[in-house]
Structures are given as C-alpha cells and as structure tokens.
Design a protein around this ligand. Structure first.
Ligand code: URA
Length: 202
C-alpha cells in the first residue's frame, strides 16, 4: 500500500514536487482520518499531517484518549502535494488517486469510523456539495462500499481553517467563530470520536 503510493506516476500532480506521501498509522486501526493533500512539511518528512495542521490534529486525537500510532490511520484524498498547495480543480487526478490508493486503503483497513478533515475531504470522500461549515460535527452511517462496509462517518473542520477567523461576510455561525472558538469546536468533534468508538465496541 505504502510502496504503491511511493512509486505511483499515474497523474500530473506528482510532477510539481515529486512528492507522494504514504499513509500513516495502524492498518488495524478502527478510525481512519482522511485529509485533503500533503503540504511541504509532509513531503519533507514523508508522513501525512506533521506540519502545523498535523500538530493540531494529532494533539486533539491524543487528548481524546486515542493513540496516533495504534488507534488511527491517517491519509489524504490525494497523495501528492499539489502545486502551490492548491487542491486540483481538475477531477481526473483526484478520481485517479482515490480509485488507486484511497479505496484500497479503506478496503485493507476496514475502519469502523471515517473522519473527513476539511471541506475538500468531505466533498470528495462523501461525494457531497454541502459545505463543511454546515455539516461539521454531524455523525451519520455511511455505506462506503456497496453492502460490504458500513462506517460511522464524521465530517470535521480542517485545522488550517481553525487557525483563521472570524469571517463576518457570511451568514453562517461557524464562519463567524474566532480562531480559538473554531479550535474548540474542532477539538470537540475529535473528542466525540472516542465516545462513538466506545459505543460501537459495547
Ligand atoms: N493537510 C492535509 O489535509 N493533509 C496533510 O497531510 C497535511 C495538511
């Protein structure tokens, strides 16, 4: 799985920085986090979510009572850093990466919970056009692979969104939150994973 990401040359995104970043965490983890795409820090260290956003995510996971090594698997919708960190607008590389890597990872790990981190992850993983600020924190059952795998699904905010705010241009309560309030909301979403997991394991 990791080697097939490292050696992938299927699309154009790799060409910008020659930067495939394999997934991390345990393949038997009950919880899978799916982010958008690696950034410069992730490329340098060869691991997803290790920069500023990663530190926020990983500390929220540990504070929720989950281990980043044993309880979670961390990956991205696309495995290469896009040019200038701009998520591709062309659907081809995204579909290609998801079909060849993300779906394989889901099939191997078979998590009980999938968490989409940020708007692009929610849009692509869940196939939804509803904005992340409207749905974040809302748990649902989701049949990922027709009949074969049903998970509990949680869309949450991206840590980089939590570092900004407030934005009063929108009539949307989440957009109006200050950065510390967004961080608090994000951490509450991550904390809810432990309760959800405990319930699933009862
Ligand atoms: N943001 C993401 O969405 N993924 C990473 O791996 C790092 C930052």
């Amino acid at each position: 799985m990791r080697e097939s990401i490292r050696s992938c040359h299927r699309c154009e995104v790799r060409k910008a920085y020659d930067s495939p970043v394999p997934c991390a965490g345990s393949v038997t983890a009950p919880v899978m986090f799916i982010g958008e795409a690696p950034g410069a820090d992730e490329v340098e260290q060869g691991k997803p979510f290790v920069g500023m956003s990663g530190r926020m995510l990983r500390s929220a996971i540990e504070d929720a009572g989950l281990s980043c090594d044993d309880d979670v698997f961390i990956t991205n919708v696309i495995c290469c850093r896009p040019f200038n960190n701009k998520f591709p607008s062309d659907t081809y590389p995204i579909d290609m990466c998801m079909d060849n890597h993300l779906l394989t990872q889901i099939d191997i790990v078979r998590p009980r919970i999938i968490v989409a981190v940020g708007g692009q992850a929610h849009r692509w993983v869940r196939g939804s056009d509803v904005g992340i600020t409207k749905v974040c924190g809302g748990w649902e059952d989701w049949e990922v692979m027709a009949d074969e795998l049903t998970v509990r699904y949680l869309p949450t905010l991206h840590p980089s969104f939590c570092m900004k705010g407030p934005d009063d241009r929108y009539d949307n309560p989440v957009m109006k939150l200050t950065s510390p309030e967004r961080v608090e909301l994000f951490r509450a979403h991550i904390a809810s994973i432990k309760d959800e997991l405990d319930e699933l394991e009862e």
